[in-house]
Design a protein around this ligand. Structure first.
Ligand code: 5GP
Ligand code: ZN
Length: 114
């Protein structure tokens, strides 16, 4: 069994505020939100980062992106806009090594990011 934090959330060993679930994807609210909507969209299969993706994962990554857009739409942010981010390794600030797509919305988000 993986000791990975997000694998433990998938197994319900750690509570989370879940906003979407199907056979392959889970989405839950970030514990330290950086915007009024800050959800993490993850594959149920453990993959460490974008660096570990294989061509066979293309459809799964597409599902993460489309699910993030669907959640943003359902919560009323499709028109105003939203940001989706994959952090990869140290310089990007990745702290949990299970791929997660950040979904941020509900305030003006500056560019470039910090
Ligand atoms: P990263 O920095 O790896 O891109 O993002 C990891 C995210 O996971 C952070 O935004 C952090 O707040 C969130 N996080 C860390 N631990 C937990 C947790 O136990 N529950 C939830 N819901 N989010 C977490
Ligand atoms: Zn994991």
């Amino acid at each position: 069994m993986s000791e990975c934090l997000f694998c433990r959330i998938i197994r319900r060993e750690i509570p989370a505020s879940i906003v979407y679930e199907d056979d392959r994807v889970l989405a839950f609210n970030d514990i330290n939100p950086q915007a009024p909507l800050h959800a993490l969209v993850i594959p149920k299969r453990h993959i460490e980062s974008l660096n570990a993706l294989a061509p066979e994962d293309d459809a799964l990554v597409g599902e993460l992106a489309r699910r993030a857009a669907a959640i943003a739409r359902d919560k009323g942010f499709a028109e105003r806009g939203f940001r989706t981010v994959f952090n990869t390794n140290a310089d990007a600030g990745q702290t949990v090594f299970h791929i997660h797509l950040h979904l941020l919305a509900g305030r003006g988000l500056t560019w470039p990011p910090g």
